[in-house]
Design a protein around this ligand. Structure first.
Ligand code: AMP
Length: 280
């Protein structure tokens, strides 16, 4: 596994590999890797001759400074995991390398960028778009591997790729979960054992919504779900939205579109957890 910290040598190596006919699969991450990230690397390995992962905690996508400073950083174990998974190249740039100057671009994703995470984390998706556009420009992958765990992010990045006319296929990969259903996340490292155990309520509730969706109206489903999660001591729902999978528009009834997803953000202590489930 080769590790590069600077853009030029990464590009030089990738140019060499591309000229030999290799295809490139790319897995961007913010590190603090877990099995969910590794599942993306494994998928990329199956579908490309070279797999590149990046580790960069992107300051411009954090609307909350405290969240940025407290974001777990575990580079040594990340590199071990990537090496174990057979990743070929890791790009671990410094903040200076990615942002020699502030990047002041603003992207417009329409309504899609203003709901759910966009509404509750102002500026978040603009920061995501800034860093992803830079990373895609540096790596120039054939395929980009993203987790459905960040459902809205996948939709935004697909739209970004469309807006920039990039010849990149997005592969959206399933969410890996803990035995109690909690979606694996780097932020789970910040949970206490009790919080982690209780956090199973989030997925349990999303599954409950799926079960009830055929017989209960959307408004009642949401108020049931909020009550269910808020009923657990120390857990507070930030939002639960039931949206159309393609447009991310809130549905009034399950019949509004063919594919429907429920998305949730929940806070426990200082940790904010997100999850989602396709319910139709
Ligand atoms: P992050 O390091 O949180 O920016 O995540 C990097 C990539 O891993 C993103 O595409 C995430 O959606 C994906 N990812 C995060 N958690 C999981 C998970 N539990 N299962 C599958 N993919 C995940």
């Amino acid at each position: 596994m080769q590790i590069f910290e600077d853009i030029l040598s990464t590009q030089k190596r990738l140019l060499e590999l591309r000229s030999k006919g290799h295809t490139i699969g790319f897995v961007p991450t913010m590190g603090a890797l877990h099995k969910g990230h590794i599942s993306l690397v494994e998928r990329a390995k199956k579908e490309n001759s070279i797999t590149v992962a990046s580790i960069f905690v992107n300051p411009t996508q954090f609307n909350d400074k405290g969240d940025y400073t407290k974001y777990p950083r575990t580079l040594e174990s990340d590199l071990k995991m990537l090496n174990g998974a057979g990743c070929d190249i890791v790009f671990t740039p410094s903040e200076k390398e990615i942002y020699p100057n502030p990047d002041t671009r603003t992207f417009d994703f329409g309504e899609m960028g203003n709901v759910m995470e966009g509404k509750h984390r102002p500026g978040h998706f603009n920061g995501v778009a800034i860093v992803v556009s830079k990373l895609l420009d540096i790596i120039k992958p054939d395929k980009l591997y993203l987790g459905q765990k960040d459902f809205q992010q996948v939709a935004i990045i697909k739209e970004l790729i469309k807006q920039l006319h990039l010849p990149i296929t997005v592969i959206s990969c399933p969410t890996l979960r803990e035995p109690n259903g909690l979606a694996m996340s780097s932020r789970n490292m910040r949970l206490t054992d009790t919080q982690r155990e209780k956090a199973g309520i989030i997925y349990e509730t999303l599954c409950g919504i799926k079960e009830k969706a055929a017989s209960v109206n959307v408004e009642d489903l949401i108020s049931w779900a909020k009550k269910n999660i808020n009923g657990v001591n120390g857990f507070n729902v930030e939002y639960i939205d039931i949206v159309c999978a393609n447009t991310l528009k809130t549905v009034k009834a399950m019949s509004d579109c063919d594919e429907v997803v429920v998305c949730a953000a929940v806070k426990t202590g200082e940790v904010r957890l997100i999850d989602n489930l396709q319910i139709k």
